[in-house]
Design a binder for this molecule. Sequence first.
Ligand code: HEM
Length: 505
Amino acid sequence: MEIVSLFLPFCFFLSCFLIFNTARFQRRSSQAATLPPGPPRLPIIGNIHQVGEHPHRSFADLSKTYGPIMSLKLGSLNTVIVTSPEAAREVLRTHDQILSARNSPNSIRSINHHKVSVAWMDPSSTRWRLLRKLSATHLFSPQRIESTKALRMKKVQELMSFMDESSEREEAVDISRASFITTLNIISNILFSVDLGSYGSKNSNGFQDSVIGAMEAAGSPDLANFFPFLGFLDLQGNRKKMKLCTERLFKVFRGFIDAKTAEKSLRDNPKDVSYRDFVDALLDLTLGDEAELNINDIEHLLLDMFIAGTDTSSSTLEWAMAELLNNPKTMAKAQAEIERMVGQNGVVQEPDITELTYLQAVVKETLRLHPPVPLLLPRKAETDVEVFGFLVPKDTQVLVDVWAIGRDPNVWENPNVFEPERFLGKEIDVKGRDYELTPFGAGRRICPGLPLATKIVSLMLASLLHSFDWKLPNGAVSDMDETFGVTLHKTNPLHAAPIKKRAIN
Ligand code: HEM
């Protein structure tokens, strides 16, 4: 009897506990079972017809109706797009771990790049961690950035000489091409100590064209990105283009790697080199029985660095110049600041950049309005996860529309106006902690090249503004039309004429 009298209340409390928890679980899972809102879908294609040529703009428009986290069905691909700083924070910080895998494009898969690439590999793999660590140590650490300072200065001075010659000839310069060559040479010298671009060759340069071709193949629209089973048909020719361009690039890399290997084999101690570039450091890891890397890994890593680093940096410079040419007072203000800091006859040096607060604000404002990677690189949910109160099912592609966030009137005053002043006296930066401005992404997949990219862009811009005045042909205004690809380009390359202000040293 005593046991029964104890057992009954126990059963009662247990039942209450179970009922309460089941109800709570059901409430949670029924909430979590809700996908983010989104536009109605058509059979088979889903919402592909609403993506258009400028997906970042289409998503910004759709978010006005469906809110800061939306679901779209792109063919067979479930996609969630976030368009507010708060939602971006959830993706890039709160759920960074679960949302750090990537959804790779069809063209990338054609060369198996997704299996070995730091940009596309699964972040839970030890391989990805090794490649991130190697890049962080041998390319982007403060010590490495400092030790390649003279190299950047030299390459930017070559750009100044090229501008000088164009100014003598009173010729307008293709800013995009010129800054691309400078960036390409900075990166190729940091990687394996050679110039791969040349200002002189009016005819196309094979290496440059192949880098651009590979980027186009990775970023061009491709039906197989929405219907993966169509991949082998290569309807848009992106796989073929990617294969062709990367074969050419790998051949160039292989030439330099072989030359370095041959040179090393002549030494008593193969690791004994006075100046060691990135490839030297990587080749050391291919030696011995416990080699951590092979030549294939190195080639794919070099490919990543060229694809991720060149066009992003040079297009930022081009957009900055286009904005400044359309806003002469802002350009004059930036030039006055540089002149105060550097003096009439001095040359802009990297340490000056940290003091040039207005110039830094110009770069941030450019990245706000023209983020080179407007949707970041696509993320993928590794498991079901609740984001901003909605369910994001496993394998969903997750896009962060940093372009939309940069132009959101709820976040920025006069969002479409180029106004670097908005950053003066504010702490906000591009380093992945301020979710209203994350052109380099944030979290574990943040762009590792950020410290190098900001140095390259700022030094090129400050030097161009210090040494020259600028005018557009026929005094016209630069159009700001965009073309969407892996990077967000100016549709019509900016041509501007440099007018020499002082002797180029
Ligand atoms: C203005 C210039 C640049 C911008 C705006 C930029 C932006 C980005 C963005 C948005 C991502 C994806 C981040 C994410 O998924 O959250 C990324 C990834 C990456 N970037 Fe950059 N980038 C720039 C320059 C560079 C440079 C100069 C390099 C190297 C030389 C570089 C190397 C990489 C690599 C290797 C990744 C892949 C990282 C990973 O997935 O783990 N980037 N970049």
